[in-house]
Design a binder for this molecule. Sequence first.
Ligand code: ZN
Length: 233
Amino acid sequence: MTSQDQTPVNSAEEALKHIVDGFRHFHQEVFPQQQELFKKLATAQAPRAMFITCADSRIVPELITNSSPGTLFVTRNVGNVVPPYGQMNGGVSTAIEYAVMALGVQHIIVCGHSDCGAMRAVLNPDSLEKMPTVKAWLRHAEVAKTVVHDNCNCATEAESMGVLTEENVIAQLQHLRTHPSVASRLASGQLFIHGWVYNIETSEIKAYDAVEDRFLSLSQATNIPSASPKGRF
Ligand code: ZN
């Protein structure tokens, strides 16, 4: 066997070795330095927020919010989608109900991002012909596509992508509000929802502001933008 024949095997082994080496470094160097924290976390969690984002490897919720373990209750999927209540009793709906009812989180953040492959696929559905599961899943983003298609005179694909990514976050926030546990605590003012778009290249986050009905820079806003409706009870 020539060395060329072994290349794919080697590169797969290399990839795993990097991950295992990383674990060993964490286990031997990082963990001992934070033993107190991990001891506290061993038997309980009290996260400050639920964070729903894309499965994209470039989005690291704890990194971009400078959070420690135990701070964020994270749910990830292709396109940071939240299926409307009742349509699918899957992982996202389960995680939402658990976060709100069992953990009592007060904030749910839906975070999209720049250069999202899921958003690109929504714009170019032909690319999903051989991925029926992805195609079915991204039907939950169809509403955003229609909003953009009907209302945006987008000149370039980059502009369409930007607007679609924001509209998808708004659509998923609307889906989030169809979940009874969420709707009830929003009505009583005990839960707050947020829609963010993270820019991979610049690290900027734009946050949806329901009062101004637009996305504002999170690094510059004096008041933290919120997508929450006013509580009624
Ligand atoms: Zn993505």
